[in-house]
Design a protein around this ligand. Sequence first.
Ligand SMILES: Cc1cc2nc3c(=O)[nH]c(=O)nc-3n(C[C@H](O)[C@H](O)[C@H](O)COP(=O)(O)OP(=O)(O)OC[C@H]3O[C@@H](n4cnc5c(N)ncnc54)[C@H](O)[C@@H]3O)c2cc1C
Length: 468
Amino acid sequence: MSSAVSGAVNGGVSFWYADDGLPAQREPLSGNGSADVVIVGGGYTGLWTAYYLKKAAPFLRITVLEQKFCGYGASGRNGGWLYNGVAGRDRYAKLHGHEAAVRLQKAMNGAVAEVVQVTQEEGIDADVHVGGVLEVAYTPAQLARLKAFHEHELSFGEKDRELYGARETAGRIRVADAVGSTWTPHGARLHPVRLVKGLAAAVEALGVTIHERTPVTEIRPKHAVTPYGTVRAPYVLRCTEGFTASLKGQRRTWLPMNSSMIATEPLTDEQWARIGWEGRETLGDMAHAYMYAQRTADGRIALGGRGVPYRFGSRTDNDGRTQPATIEALYDILVRFFPSLTGVKVAHAWSGVLGVPRDWCATVTLDRSTGLGWAGGYVGSGVATTNLAARTLRDLVQQDSGQAGATDLTALPWVNHRVRKWEPEPLRWLGVHGMYATYRTADRRELTTHTAESSRLAQVADRIAGRH
Ligand SMILES: Cc1cc2nc3c(=O)[nH]c(=O)nc-3n(C[C@H](O)[C@H](O)[C@H](O)COP(=O)(O)OP(=O)(O)OC[C@H]3O[C@@H](n4cnc5c(N)ncnc54)[C@H](O)[C@@H]3O)c2cc1C
């Protein structure tokens, strides 16, 4: 292991918790109980849903059951990209028409603004900086994809997106060999843990009951079963994302995909002067095995990408530890992007799981015959999507219980979308590992061949995985 990464803390849930402190944990459930709505999972999806439901109908008795503590999952570990991407939009355009997908996209743009606004209203200091999202290309093939991506996004109504050449890109951030970039204003950088802690506190202050250290072992109509008792409610909402496979009957519903991150030590002013990045845009690239990064409020770079993508049998978590090889790989990306940072120390490395449905489409569902609902399958874009999903779940519950009618949100094309389950093992493991190995090979080929054509390998991998 190189000396730059050998001193890094590995795990401890995430750097964000090392920075802001692990929370004191709330009391577990003690015995059977009842509620109007039970929410399983205390991440952004569960907490936003509790927040909006309680605001809309303060008389509702809402209970959140969280296996560890609120923000233990991806919501306390992510890259802090609050942005307007939503998994599956293009497939929804094929299934429901372009106009329906444009409505979904516009709702996502609104979700970014909504999160920013609510953090202000609720006094949640989540280091939010609205600098937009900048995605760079550094090979000819990436540039061709970038231009196509840019045009594609414009066609979904994003008229305020901009395309930059090499010089304009360097004016914003000096990424080695960057030949172009695309920027959207619909994005912000934030501190994930501060957001999730603030949300949990806001929800509790509204009168929602949160039980932590309370794993739900089974969800069935009107019941959430835990080792400490069962909570009965007309509505039981599953908000467990990458952990869903651990629930009875859900093993092949959403595949738990790992994503890993590193955070550097704070950079010096001289180091920042060489890089630029004064706009603090969230930063990504156009590689097949893409990276994502942010400039943190305390002057670090937090950067993520795929590690070991998926563990056999849908195993999920070990408090955020990641593989040493993944830390090295992420460090290589860091210095590939910013060669002037060679030797800078990594302070922390961690990983988390996100949920991937078989067709890679995020969804919000309420089964009106059973009162069971769920939202998730966000793949890698849940920081803003969870907010839209939660407001949609609120509307679906209100509609079903007769408190309100259909809304613009209940008519979005991702509502009540069903998809088949993942294949049993070992096909699941082989498929996902094969896909990411192929992406990495395709990226390496594009770096060495310098052609503008995207590697066919990546397209084959996409098709096998059911991505396109
Ligand atoms: C490393 C990483 C980086 C990411 N970066 C970004 C990013 O920059 N931008 C972006 O948009 N998205 C990003 N994502 C995705 C985003 O973080 C997630 O989509 C989002 O946080 C999902 O929120 P959630 O509440 O649905 O799930 P989670 O935050 O995972 O919450 C689920 C909760 O349910 C609890 N739970 C699970 N099972 C049970 C059970 N049986 N009983 C009780 N409780 C249970 C868990 O403990 C957890 O707290 C990233 C994800 C990861 C892992």
